[in-house]
Design a protein around this ligand. Sequence first.
Ligand SMILES: NC(=O)C1=CN([C@@H]2O[C@H](COP(=O)(O)OP(=O)(O)OC[C@H]3O[C@@H](n4cnc5c(N)ncnc54)[C@H](O)[C@@H]3O)[C@@H](O)[C@H]2O)C=CC1
Ligand SMILES: O=C(O)/C=C/C=C(\O)C(=O)O
Length: 484
Amino acid sequence: MTEFLNFIDGAFVPSERRFDKRTPTSHAVIGTVHEASAAQVDAAVRAARAALDGPWGRMPVAKRVELLHAVADEINRRFDDFLAAELADTGKPRSLASHIDIPRGAANFKVFADIIKNVPTESFEMTTPDGGSAVNYAVRSPVGVVAVVCPWNLPLLLMTWKVGPALACGNTVIVKPSEETPATATLLGEVMNAVGIPPGVYNVVHGFGPQSAGEFLTRHPDIDAITFTGETRTGEAIMAAAAQGVRPVSFELGGKNAGIVFADADFDKAVAGITRSAFENCGQVCLGTERVYVQRPIFEKFVAALKAKAEALKIGPPNEPGVGLGPLISAEHRQKVLSYYRRAVEEGATVVTGGGVPDMPAALAEGHWVQPTIWTGLPESASVIREEIFGPCVHLAPFDTEEEVIALANATRYGLATTVWTENLGRAHRMARAVKVGICWINSWFLRDLRTAFGGSGASGIGREGGVHSLEFYTELRNVCIKL
Ligand SMILES: NC(=O)C1=CN([C@@H]2O[C@H](COP(=O)(O)OP(=O)(O)OC[C@H]3O[C@@H](n4cnc5c(N)ncnc54)[C@H](O)[C@@H]3O)[C@@H](O)[C@H]2O)C=CC1
Ligand SMILES: O=C(O)/C=C/C=C(\O)C(=O)O
């Protein structure tokens, strides 16, 4: 049984209150999580402030960059430990975590360490009213002590996506991992100590959201900025907390992303792409596709092909060869997804495949499994077309014209991601400009260049992270004006 301790000021710290961590594959308890008290959250914030005002704040950028490279190298050296921790917490397929989650965990430190070394600041010369001149230049300072509140779907990837740039910019952080996935954030504390990151730079407090570590942290008056990935409603609660003291927020929230397949698409590639975007990580990706619009001439053929792909997905635990679909994260989340499966039928859907719970061997029978599910035939007002489900399910509807599908794709309060499939270059560009999202993939999905802007509009978030855009959130620019 693993004990997941808080990591405060470079030390692993137990708490009085504890809760169970269950593995999604069998619902068995695999660990005990120490729930940080308000006093422990306060201690973490004080440690982060001291490190910011002390060794970390005074460290030359070159040394900081060297240390962050060492963090990435140490994650890679301990790749198997991180992989085992992520698999136990999430139950996702080994093939997925070993290709996406863990490598990105390391890359998120390397990429931002290199960016901070290479990005210049602006400088302007000006004439002055007395006929002389002045020069302006900008200085970048860390924004300060940053709260990083994380979800459970891509735990290491999404946490380091924020911690990497925050530390590269010279900030200190307190991470609040999801209560569902405490392991890799805790393990990262060992990495920080091993490579010599000063105590207090990276802290982890475990617990829940309301009236627990999440709320204690985001309401703490000595937090300078809050970065969060998770549900839109949680974003609203955190924004209210951030309003006290006018702290900046960076939010990556939910989505109800459209996939759009034109009749001129490369059919096989489009089917493979939508299979991934609908079912990867058991549909628990905010960038995933839960509604697909297919141009009418290929609609029936596309539905049949996607059905075949969904039914071919092997459901099972992480280490079983050939597994393509793991369990949902928790019993609670499974109840939510299954409630949408029922609602789709109540609302009149044709269930093309799935819609229930798969038969699993006795040892896995209590796991959080659901079938990959495809619906057709619902009106656009149906709740499974409007609301984020976050499960391996998708509704397919036919469309005729570009104008029509643009209107359908944009008829949502979310604006995170779209995937468009077409071989017509002009159409691809027109679509990319017309869809109201932060990320538009053409003939691809979840293809990530970490230098690009990443985030959503509308109810999908505030701000952009990635590349230099992360620096805009994690640093303050000071203009220095010198009269010559
Ligand atoms: N990236 C995304 O878009 C994600 C969306 N979801 C959606 O959200 C639903 C709920 O999943 P949750 O894990 O409960 O997501 P959540 O948004 O409630 O939790 C994410 C993180 O925020 C923390 N948190 C919750 N309430 C808080 C508060 N008031 N103050 C400070 N921190 C708080 C949680 O402890 C967790 O660390 C899922 O069923 C799914 O539909 C979940 C995870 C990621
Ligand atoms: O940064 C990425 O590459 C992936 C981001 C995915 C999410 O934010 C999510 O699924 O919540």
